[in-house]
Design a protein around this ligand. Structure first.
Ligand code: HEC
Length: 149
């Protein structure tokens, strides 16, 4: 009995550890290549250029470029604070209850979308999946964002 309890305890510890160890390199990058790259990859313009000609880029299925670690966390923490959270959320963390408009791109099935959403949430870190814009986020909330490389 004792052994089972110890075993369960170790399993719980390793599950907790793995949730904290979600990294860009191992988890988010492959997901991004699979689900986001075709519209946010190297053929897409950086945000400044994108905004100058939004309509025509959108018509071409191109969003702002996010094809490196630095260019992706730009849309998590600063200066485009919370853009990833607002766009990818399934509606459960949003006041209006509606999924963000990039949620559908997270997977081919609801199961895959939920699994990939969870990976993004774990990457951003416990308590940091918040919808706030830069003017509303607090310094403590910013510091709490994980997004490990
Ligand atoms: C079919 C093309 C397409 C795919 C696939 C796609 N996006 Fe987008 N995305 C766009 C376009 C076009 C825009 C700009 C229009 C808009 O704001 O909705 C955009 C906007 C965004 C924004 C808002 C950027 C800002 O300026 O605030 C984020 C964040 C985002 N996408 C994240 C993602 C992520 C993460 C994925 C992969 C899970 C993804 N997108 C997949 C086309 C796509």
């Amino acid at each position: 009995m004792k052994r089972i309890i110890v075993g369960l305890f170790l399993l719980a510890v390793s599950l907790l550890a793995s949730a904290q160890d979600i990294t860009y390199r191992e988890h988010i990058r492959p997901l991004w290549e699979d689900r986001c790259e075709r519209c946010h990859g190297k053929d897409a313009p950086y945000l400044g250029t994108f905004l100058e000609n939004k309509k025509s880029y959108e018509a071409d299925d191109k969003g702002p470029r996010m094809d490196s670690y630095a260019d992706l966390i730009y849309f998590v923490s600063w200066p485009e604070t919370g853009a990833i959270m607002r766009r990818l959320d399934d509606g459960k963390s949003k006041n209006d209850g509606k999924p963000g408009n990039m949620y559908k791109n997270l997977g081919r099935s609801e199961e895959e979308r939920q699994a990939n959403l969870l990976l993004f949430k774990q990457w951003v870190g416990e308590g940091s999946w918040i919808m706030k814009k830069p003017e509303a986020i607090t310094k403590e909330e910013l510091i709490n964002i994980k997004t490990r490389h």
